[in-house]
Design a protein around this ligand. Sequence first.
Ligand code: ADP
Ligand code: MG
Length: 616
Amino acid sequence: MADVIKLLPDHVANQIAAGEVVQRPASVVKELLENAIDASATEIKLIVKDAGKTLIQVIDNGVGMSATDARLSFERHATSKIASAEDLFQLQTKGFRGEALASIAAIAHVDMNTKRLDEEVGTCIHIEGGKVVSQEVNVMPKGTSIAVKNLFFNIPARRNFLKSNNVELRHIIDEFHRVALTHPDIHFELYNNGGEIFNLPGTNIRQRIVHIFGNKTNEKLVPVEEDTEVVKLSGFVFKPEFAKKTRGEQFFFVNNRFIKSSYLNHAISSAFEGLVKDQVHPSYFLYLVIDPSSIDINIHPTKTEIKFDDEHAIYAIMRSAVKHSLGQFNVAPILDFERDPNLDTPYDFEGKKADMPTIEVDANFNPFEEEFNGGSNHKPSSFKKEKSSDWESLYVGLDEGSGQDDFSSIELESEVVTGSLFDETNEEESSAVTFQLQRKYIVTSIKSGMVVIDQSKAHQRVLYEQFLKDITVKEAVSQQLLFPLNLKFSKSEIGLLKELKESLENTGFMFSNFEEDSVEVGGIPMNVSESEVGGVLDQLLADFKEEVPENGFSQTDLLAKTLSKTLAVRTGDVLNKASQEALVHNLFACKEPNLSPFNRPTFVTMTANDLDKKFM
Ligand code: ADP
Ligand code: MG
């Protein structure tokens, strides 16, 4: 029998490798920028056309390549950066696999121009689909320019899979941010379709952050600094009041390489514990320097994951360093009984009630939450538990609770619950009574027994159907603002807002004066209050950031979902009688009252029969 195993030709192997290294234009951007940095460039220019689909070009003033190296650089596993396996443990460069250029050249048209300082002339190479088409001598200043055109020209499936230009450009900008933030001393420029998006002169880290994220950023930054044997930590966190709904500005760099780590993210979140509201994320730019032999960054081809030998120590150091900084810069509450406590409260929280523990909260830290919520499911059990375990509370707080619309008082959940429970029991006689349970459920009677409505999920359903209708029939009423709000966003967010403008205006938003990094909001939907606008748009951008659905309906659907999620009453909100009744009424007027927009039940019923059984 004939042998069947064959070695794949190089160009096929390269195409396969490309599938791993190059997912989208932004992956090429990352590889080319990193090569320029490894080549000790001090000026790096990134030029893209059509969000990289037509052209991605990186021009640097680094060391350049000889004619032989230029040709070799496109071979697989050709690298100048490591020579032996031992070098892997002492990596100082970004690249080391020698795969990027070979992979990129396998799936695009590439023009490389490069010259070393010590050579008279440079080299110009043109490659298509991994095949060298021409190699010539040229005259140019020292450095390298690599232009990648028609990415995925020979893999139509990949090309068709690319997202809209806005989405792809956002990915490119994300990569650009990561690289620019790691090398503040390098001058970076970014152009798309001939327009300048960033021009970042060489400077220090603080200034670089401000240049990228806008002038207002400076006042938000709190420095973090810690030097231990295990890790040297530096960088900045945003003051707690600037925590955002989006995870956008969260950056860890380990030995000048951007990495993602949900473990370390957890360390930072826990340092902010109690200082930020639920579901917002602190922003941070943290730089770790660690002995390269105690980390492994080689576990994923796109190299953003990392393994630390001493994970726990690093977690603890990061957490305490950030806590310390927040305390030192007077943004964490201080135990000082003479002080007006409001002084220490992030302004966002001022005058508001403390947030109730709810099941939506990330319950990882607070032991009380365990006790009150005991899990993430619907909870006849916790209801029962509270009743039996805390008899005293049945008799306290009778006159607080439901019907009370002012948020200034802080009560324990159980007090209010049982308070209102007993309040309303007295009124059982009157028909169609509603009452609020645990600031979470609306209970009302129906013919066959009773119905328990999850106030938040029910309200989401009501708002969702309303927004769907508004957007579709375009009849939403807008409240005009006397003074238009000027809101700041990043460039990529502005791009996204423009894309969503029409649908948003159908809900009642009115936008004008789109600038590079700001927009004016002159009108808002009826059910949004002025103070909520920023949060609503933040959440919207977060939900749409990954992907803007192309087709009209799913875009409308996602928009309606996001708005309903953001604007619905929450667990913990006290609803007065009128709101409770309106909610019940509106819910059952919905087309699909049984489910929230996210497919969770909105209510459960219990018949008299069910109750009877409980008393057998
Ligand atoms: P790696 O970066 O992992 O070594 P690449 O395929 O990205 O692999 O690059 C291959 C080699 O080409 C590099 O090791 C380097 O010697 C050379 N090279 C690539 N880009 C540049 C550049 N902009 N300037 C100088 N040399 C470069
Ligand atoms: Mg490289």
